[in-house]
Structure formats: C-alpha cells, structure tokens
Design a protein. Structure first.
Length: 166
C-alpha cells in the first residue's frame, strides 16, 4: 500500500549565503526536480544549479546544489512550484492503476495545499463586503498609495508620500 500524502507545513525554505556553501537542503515533497523554484535575492534563478532529490517516500525533499556558492548575505529561497497538469493518462479500455491514481491525488493535494498556504498571506474582504465592490487594481502609478475610492466600492491611486506626510 502506498503512502498517504500529507500537506503539512510550508513548501519552502530560506537560507542566507555565506560565500562558501553550495548545498541547500529542503524537506518538502516534490514530484520531480522541475517542481523546485529557486530565487536568489528575490530574483528567479534557472541556471547555475541542479536539484538532487532524495530516494524513497520516507525522506521527501532533496537539495539544491549551486555550481558557485551564493555570495555572503544573499537570500536563497527554495519553494515547491507545481504547475497544474495531469501526471497520468487513464485509458478508457482498462481500470486505472491504483498507484497512478494515488500519485495524481497526491499531486492535487500538494497543489491545493500550496494555494491554501499562499492565500493565508493575502488580503481578504470581510464576508459582509464580498459583493460590495470591484477589487480590480487601478493602473500602476509610481510613488502613489493604494486606497479605497470615494464611494468605497473600488480601489484608486491615492496621494504620494509627500502629500501623505504634509
């Protein structure tokens, strides 16, 4: 019988570079090395490293191994990034294999867990205001605050820092 996937904890870890260390471990489940997203100082990195995954279901995760150690103080972020996709194709001529169904359900559980974790840090309307307005962002204007419009039913660009301070 296969392992039941549990979406516990976060699917990301952060480190600070020391100019010497090249191996950065992570202990969250991924389904392939392309499910690992790496950022250095907030910028996505796609080259200069490889991902080594642990063997077996009992030790999820692996390590990101850089070719050159990140500089001293560099912020290294390693996260799971699951693209919505099917892992298996179920033919109409035979019953699907249990392990294939388990893997697909584990993938969906992990993806939904990642969405749930991301939503925890987002702003949410009070339930009483759910249908009260339009939350589309206005066009970006550098240096302006984001605020409710005069009617209180949408967002608008507000004053700049100088206007707020005076």
């Amino acid at each position: 019988m296969g392992v039941v996937f549990k979406a516990t904890g976060g699917a990301g870890v952060g480190f600070a570079g020391d100019g010497e260390r090249t191996v950065f471990p992570f202990q969250f489940a991924v389904f392939g090395s392309d499910d690992v997203a790496v950022r250095v100082d907030g910028k996505p990195v796609t080259t200069g490293f490889h991902v080594a995954l642990n063997d077996g279901e009992d030790a999820p995760g692996g390590a990101v191994i850089f070719e050159v150690a990140p500089s001293v103080g560099a912020a290294i972020s390693i996260r799971r990034y699951l693209r919505l996709r099917r892992l298996s194709a179920y033919g109409s001529s035979a019953s699907p294999r249990g392990d294939a169904v388990d893997r697909d359900l584990d993938y969906l559980t992990a993806a939904l867990g990642d969405v749930d974790q991301a939503m925890r840090g987002s702003l949410r309307l009070d339930p009483a205001d759910q249908d009260a307005g339009d939350l589309a962002l206005p066009r970006m204007v550098p240096g302006r605050a984001l605020m409710w419009n005069d009617q209180g039913d949408g967002l608008a660009n507000g004053p700049d820092a100088g206007e707020i301070a005076s």
